[in-house]
Design a protein around this ligand. Sequence first.
Ligand code: SF4
Length: 354
Amino acid sequence: MNFGAQNSRAVLSAGAQALAAGTSSSVVPPTRDGDVPVFDPVIIHNVPGVTNTLPPWSNTIPGSISAILNSSGSFAGHSAVSGFLTCPQASYLKRIGVQRRMAPILDGVLAPLNPLEFGTLIHALLAVRVRWGFEKAHDVLDECLLSKPRLSSVDHLKAFHILKTYDNTFPLRAEPFQYLGVEVEVVACIGFLPSGAPMLRSARYDNLVLVPSISPGVGPSVFSLETKTASRSGGVGQYRSQFVTQVAIFNSSPLRLTYGPMVGVIPNIIVKTEVPRCERLAPHYVSVHESTIALAYLALPEIVHFPLMRDGSYPKFLHACWGKYSPCEFIGLCWENLLGDYEQVVKTPKSITQ
Ligand code: SF4
């Protein structure tokens, strides 16, 4: 996978080609009113890198806040694609592990985490909770206070309240589904380039869950239980494009043949107010049409080409620099050339599955 300007135009597989052209493919079955629509794309097995089976549960427990914050995201998923289309230079810098140096440390204690970092901490704690239980998740949080650099006591207290509230709201023993995996990466092949190279796309699922029966006569169904940390309650409309790509990638992978199709995403919302609130919203069922446009969207980086500057970097996408809510994290590099404020770190993959 290389989201670079040198890539040649993609040739989609027979199914995906029809989908990209907006026509219905013969592999998509008709649905009747009241049916849960199930996308049925071509599944390509025998390509290296494609996830044929879920890996075993990992026994690796994150031992420090830096280990948690340095875990990598999905290598070719929704964020990678949307990031590339928003600003290819930011996408490239993220991919090679460039990041702003960690916040200034006072006596070995980190400055309060930004919302993205705090969300990463909560995701890691909840994954440990599913794998080893609440007590172990609590131990990991406490360990973040001891290892260097240390988590600030403000963030520790906030995370503790969230963890406790979450455990009281959704006790593991009362979950209405079976966990297939947490923090699990699934890779699917959605087509081939003219060179014959596969187009691999991935999704990182916070939780893959199997719901016994969503309606009478319907067997177990796979859902993505997707955790979002938010400042306030509200809708999840801004995450719809992520949701549809999650479903399209799972259903394009051989896992669909083992576990059945993924039919939707259950938003798992954690509101970070002083007294935290944890709520699960009604599932977002993904239609056949949404799935088809998701696959065509995921193929775009192989089709859209950006020219390179003389120094080998991408042009500066100024429309994306200052953002709607916060500036791009590479503002200091692109606008001020502050090389010393940034470092390159090796990210470690995270996956806990059964
Ligand atoms: S600062 Fe602007 S040009 Fe630079 S990486 Fe960020 S969005 Fe792209």
